[in-house]
Ligand binder design. Structure first.
Ligand code: SIN
Length: 490
């Protein structure tokens, strides 16, 4: 398969270590498929533990000079990276659609979204400050300083092949930390293209390294290394827990953005049209393959029928097709395992009494129709179904009916996850009551969008640790040092 790009140099099939594009130590490669068709797009090196050591060593060597630059110098290079990403939105979007499947418009939207983190953190890097606190005696001053944590690793997922990289790497770079990035083996090309643009922007050799390949050897080497002082991971709770265990011996700082099981609650006093529009945005973005997407839709008796009918109309209008097809709004799922999980959740729900209330039309595809999941609205969802407890990660909208506010809160919180929640009401008193009661790191009232560069993103409970975006996102790459100065004379 040949990708038509205006800038063909962006399609790179090698890893980036110490500023050089390299094959894997043993020469092994892995093939990357277009999820819409199964066709091979290209291959990337299957990097080894030794390649990982080389990337860590390159980052360590680059660190002293990178941290010694002024924040303004670093910001200028990072802003140049931002400009190049924005100049190449169309090519980057094409690469992403080819390897990830999302519709072109959505892929380009993700590139622009990814770029906002680059710009934001270039600016935040100039605003790293400390403080002076009063000491216990007149002759002492205590300065609280912020310093870069050091070599940082980023392990990123396939569902947002660009934004999860820029949300981790931009604050690291702005804070003065070099990075070793391990993108998903399903979507490495977007990461390599971003790294190429970082190189073109003049970010020095060794400051950004990208290792491609299967995760086990690379993850084990990154977590075992005492040189890697910080690891940021986005992915499943199972893998997050594994990385946390593997990082224990080197006491690494961790940011973990893990699974979710977001409730979306529509109260009787909601603006139903707004609730439907933003349910569509939250639930069906990236074909439902996001950690923050609404997994359980809780609707109060009084608006249940109206909401269900309007949601059904919107879902029926979705166009399921390969991402590069005109008008596609829902692309393929990432692989067969994802399709199997979605089908298992729907079958389980049907066997426990749910009903398919509406679904999108046939898949518009000549090849690979078995790679797509039809978006469905289910009514009669109950808490004994798998989709009440597990993240479906697909285009399934199960509607749970409730009568009282307390019942909705109890159901919303009945999960080990705590990433995002959404609710719809026009009642101010209820707005505060519910926002304070929901056990999630992010709560959205009357909107389905919560991911943006200026807002802290992250979860509680088994949804993870730490925050990305906002000023909090750069703090994750900074150590706090107390500098005591004693013996000062009056
Ligand atoms: C995710 O949780 O899957 C990332 C979502 C986002 O950045 O919007």
């Amino acid at each position: 398969m040949t990708l038509q790009l205006s800038n063909p140099s962006l399609f790179v099939q090698q890893a980036l270590i110490a500023g050089e594009w390299r094959d894997a130590g043993g020469g092994a490669t892995i093939a990357v498929e277009d999820p819409a068709t199964g066709a091979t797009i290209g291959t990337v090196p299957d990097c080894t533990a030794q390649d990982t050591q080389a990337a860590i060593a390159a980052a360590e060597a680059a660190w002293p000079a990178w941290r010694a630059r002024t924040a303004g110098d670093r910001a200028a290079l990072i802003e140049r990276w931002y400009a190049l990403v924005m100049e190449n939105v169309a090519d980057l979007g094409r690469i992403m659609t080819a390897e990830q499947g999302k519709p072109i418009a959505e892929a380009e939207g993700e590139i622009r979204y990814a770029a906002t983190f680059i710009k934001w953190f270039a600016e935040e890097g100039r605003r790293i400050d400390g403080s002076i606190v009063p000491g216990p005696e007149a002759s002492r001053r205590i300065l609280v300083m912020k310093q870069p944590v050091g070599v940082s690793a980023a392990i990123t997922p396939w569902n947002f092949p660009a934004a999860m990289i820029t949300r981790k790497c931009s604050p690291a770079l702005a804070a003065g930390c070099p990075v070793v990035v391990k993108p998903s083996d399903l979507t490495p090309f977007t990461a390599l293209a971003l790294a190429k643009l970082a190189q073109d922007a003049g970010i020095p050799a060794g400051v950004i390294n990208v290792l491609t390949g299967r995760p086990e050897a690379i993850g084990a080497a990154l977590t075992a290394s005492p040189v890697v002082r910080k690891l940021s991971f986005t992915g499943s709770t199972r893998v997050g827990a594994l990385l946390m265990r593997q990082s224990a011996d080197t006491i690494k700082r961790l940011s973990l953005e893990l699974g979710g099981n977001a409730p979306l609650i529509v109260f009787d006093d909601a603006d139903v049209d707004l609730a439907v529009a933003s349910t569509m945005a939250s639930k069906f973005r990236n074909a439902g393959q996001t950690c923050v997407c609404a997994n359980r839709i809780l609707v109060q008796d009084g608006v249940f029928d109206t909401f269900a009918a309007k949601l059904a109309a919107a879902v029926s209008a979705l166009k399921v097709a390969p991402g590069d097809r005109d008008g596609a709004t829902i692309g393929p799922l990432i692989n067969h395992a994802a399709i199997d999980k979605v089908r298992a959740h729907v079958d389980d729900a049907l066997s426990h009494g749910a009903t398919i209330y509406a679904q999108a039309g046939e898949v518009a595809s000549d090849a690979g129709a078995d790679r797509f999941a039809t978006p469905v609205v289910l009514t009669g969802a109950t808490r004994d179904m798998r989709l009440a407890d597990e993240e479906t990660f697909g285009p399934v909208a199960p509607l749970f009916r409730f009568t009282h506010e307390a019942e909705a809160i109890e159901l919303a919180n009945a999960t080990s996850y705590g990433l995002a929640s959404y609710f719809y009401t026009e009642n101010l008193h209820r707005a505060f009551r519910v926002a304070e009661a929901l056990e999630t790191g992010m709560v959205a009232l009357n909107t389905g969008g919560i991911a943006m560069e200026m807002a802290p993103f992250g979860g509680i409970k088994q949804s993870g640790l730490g925050r990305e975006g906002a000023h909090a996102g750069i703090e994750e790459y900074l150590e706090t040092k107390a500098f005591h100065i004693g013996g000062l004379k009056a």
